[in-house]
Design a protein. Structure first.
Length: 213
């Protein structure tokens, strides 16, 4: 579904600035969690459409990103794999959102997905399930977030080439899991996200962390 306008945002922005937030990398086995916030004080003029980033090709995302960065003020927060392992993915996302809210200080916060954490039942936080398929600002946040994270994973894969992170972006593909089973984990894997049978297998082999790659 293509989204062409700010119909939803127009109702809220009359009462003050809006921050639209989406994340990328929540379920990945490796790499940081990226959370993007787009800040709107007024409705910008646009002459293009957006889509949920997952429904776009890499080339389409890049083209749209180049347009979005010219019209939006945005910020991306990254939560490291080590932090995710320490506090969990829910608190990690919550931490990133709090940083974005404290930075921009919006009147309303739109967040893609179901309500969670300390944001539940708070007036200024509006959660919208599949919002990145319905609302321009959330779709835009999803495009920026995924574009930025994919770029990061492509760059970091040069440090850890064996795991093909430039292709799988850290997600648990069959190829990725096979490579973990064969050679263990690298420093940007999330240990708490590795399937427990695989982690037990690596522990028995004494090869949880790769020693050679």
């Amino acid at each position: 579904m293509k989204i062409y306008d700010f119909e939803f945002e127009k109702k809220l922005i009359k009462k003050g600035p809006i921050l639209a937030i989406d994340e990328t990398g929540r379920g990945a086995l490796a790499g940081p969690l990226f959370v993007c916030g787009i800040f709107l004080k007024k409705i910008p003029k646009i002459d293009f459409w957006v889509k949920d980033s997952k429904l776009l090709s890499q080339i389409q995302r890049e083209k749209i990103f180049k347009k979005l960065r010219k019209i939006f003020k945005y910020r991306v927060e990254k939560i490291s794999p080590q932090k995710i392992d320490k506090i969990g993915i829910v608190k990690s996302e919550e931490l990133a959102i709090k940083k974005l809210v404290n930075f921009f200080k919006p009147n309303y916060v739109l967040i893609d997905g179901k309500a969670f954490g300390s944001f539940k039942n708070k007036r200024k936080f509006i959660f919208i399930v599949k919002g990145d398929r319905k609302i321009f600002s959330l779709a835009s946040a999803s495009v920026i977030c995924k574009f930025k994270r994919d770029l990061f994973m492509q760059k970091i894969s040069k440090e850890y080439p064996y795991w093909s992170l430039e292709k799988n972006k850290g997600y648990g593909t069959k190829e990725h899991l096979k490579k973990i089973k064969k050679s263990g984990l690298c420093k940007i894997h999330r240990v708490t996200f590795i399937p427990s049978p695989l982690l037990k297998y690596l522990s028995k082999k004494n090869s949880v962390l790769s020693k050679t790659l």
